[in-house]
Write a protein that binds this ligand. Structure first.
Ligand SMILES: Cc1cc2nc3c(=O)[nH]c(=O)nc-3n(C[C@H](O)[C@H](O)[C@H](O)COP(=O)(O)O)c2cc1C
Length: 463
């Protein structure tokens, strides 16, 4: 690896996030303090001191209620519920940091592109160009019902809407305001030149937007674009739009397949395939000694909530695992496409290292399995991270922290210095916007990105 790996703290403005049942651990603070402004101010300072690239705020717009056809298993353990709006937390975190970037999730299915464009322009201004958009189409039935629908829009149809949503935001961010529109000319009495502000007059299958964009061009204009699809349609979308892509798969080899596949698809869209950066999940249980780390893992395993874990898997995949609990455990656990997300089901079926029975799949979905975490002393953890990156070709990780904020402190104290000595972790931030830190080619989207086609004629090669 010729450059340091990238590390995001995987977060949510919620009581618990992917640490099922661990609110019961004596060191857990987040389930009480996630509501406090000062908690997030402390978090921002901690992450910047630890030289994290970004804090990645996942988000959903409903409660997971597929498992047992009930919201109770999610609510009981605070599984991604209660859940606040991270867009209101980010400016506060930005005010106490200089380099830490922020990834905010927004749904193309339930949020209108005009709103999305204004929110991200505002955040790009307030963070001085340190904002990214994690583009999601949303996979929860309760979210559909929260926005007036009887049932979810079909999986691939959501990506059709997402494609048009992105086109509208590109027109607003990249094409509506020319450079130099802000004149502040006291002689002529013109603050902003109307001749440089343009409507977008978008009329499409799903959206109709006249414009112009209400916001003045921000440092990046278009936020850095993240996406995490692993289905056929999801990978096509990522290849067309994403600068940073999440891939979740149970083996480095399967990760590598997805990375190469999406790079090849990006090339077919006329994009430089090396301009995409790939991230995957990482969960670490580290302590000074192997024995202490193993003891920590045993304690977490005992506190783990199988119900909350199955609620998350069922909601993300559309497989009500309660139905599988009633089937013979030795039957094969097979993939079937649902209108939820596909990657969770794929991880236990077509991406699995071997075919699984229903009993094996239920065990993996419901427990804190050894293969889902890296356990060990600092050297062992650093070795495992280095090997996973080398075998898969990922550029970085989304670090899940099971006990928050203690696990982040442990990672920064024990693992970061070793990775730094190996050249695998930065020792200082580089200057500039989030996009400049990631790609080193200026603050704007690359000129071969589809958004560039919406720039005013004279400025299409910017970026
Ligand atoms: C690291 C990661 C983070 C994700 N964060 C969110 C999120 O915050 N909200 C959401 O609705 N979906 C989230 N997803 C799910 C994706 O948006 C998408 O639905 C999923 O990858 C399935 O895509 P597919 O159906 O194209 O395979 C995330 C997925 C991954 C791998």
């Amino acid at each position: 690896m010729d450059q340091p790996l990238l590390f995001n703290a995987f977060e949510m403005a919620s009581a618990m996030h992917n640490a099922h049942g661990l609110w019961k651990h004596p060191d857990s603070e987040r389930h009480r303090r996630y509501k406090e402004l000062h908690y997030w101010i402390e978090m921002a300072k901690r992450l910047e001191a630890g030289l994290f690239d970004a804090v990645f705020f996942a988000d959903v717009l409903g409660v997971y209620d597929t498992y047992r056809q009930s919201k109770d298993p999610s609510i009981r353990d605070g599984m991604q519920f209660p859940l606040n709006d991270a867009s209101l937390i980010i400016p506060v975190m930005a005010s106490v940091t200089t380099h830490l970037s922020f990834v905010l999730t927004a749904s193309t299915t339930y949020e209108h592109p005009f709103h999305i464009a204004r929110r991200f322009s505002t955040l790009d201004h307030l963070t001085n160009g340190r904002i990214a958009w994690n583009i999601v189409t949303s996979y929860l039935p309760n979210a559909a019902k929260n926005f007036g629908l009887e049932r979810m829009i079909a999986h691939d149809q959501r990506y059709e809407i997402a494609d048009e949503c992105l086109e509208v935001t590109y027109k607003l961010w990249e094409g509506s305001w020319e450079e130099g529109a802000f004149l502040e000319d006291r002689e002529t009495g013109v603050l902003i030149d109307p001749g440089k502000i343009h409507p977008i007059n978008h009329h499409g299958a799903f959206f109709s937007v006249e414009g112009p964009h209400l916001c003045e061009p921000s440092p990046q204009r278009t936020p850095v674009l993240y996406q995490a699809g692993s289905s056929e349609r999801g990978r096509a979308f990522a290849a067309k739009h994403a600068e940073c892509v999440f891939v979740g798969a149970p083996s480095p080899e399967r990760l590598s397949f997805y990375i190469q596949d999406i790079r090849q698809r990006a090339e077919r869209y006329g994009r430089d395939p090396q301009q995409l950066k790939f991230f995957t999940f990482l969960t670490v249980i580290v302590a000074k000694t192997t024995e202490q780390a193993e003891a920590k893992y045993e304690q977490l395993r005992r506190l783990w909530s199988t119900d909350a874990a199955k609620a998350q898997f069922s909601g993300a995949s559309g497989y009500d695992l309660a139905e599988y609990e009633a089937k013979p455990a030795d039957e094969p656990f097979l993939f079937r496409a649902t209108d939820h997300g596909h990657y969770k089901a794929a991880s236990l079926t077509k991406d699995a290292t071997k075919p699984l029975t229903i009993g094996e799949a239920l065990q993996k979905a419901g427990t804190l399995t050894r293969e889902s975490v890296i356990i060990g002393n600092p050297i062992q953890v650093a070795d495992a991270i280095e090997e996973r990156a080398r075998r898969s070709g990922v550029d970085g990780f989304n670090l899940t922290h099971l006990i928050t904020p203690k696990d982040l402190d442990d990672f920064i104290e024990y693992v970061v210095p070793i990775l730094q000595r190996r050249g695998l972790y930065k020792t200082a931030y580089t200057p500039g916007t989030m996009r400049e830190k990631l790609f080193g080619n200026g603050p704007r989207l690359a000129h071969d990105h589809p958004a560039a086609a919406f720039r005013p004629i004279g400025s299409r090669t910017d970026g």
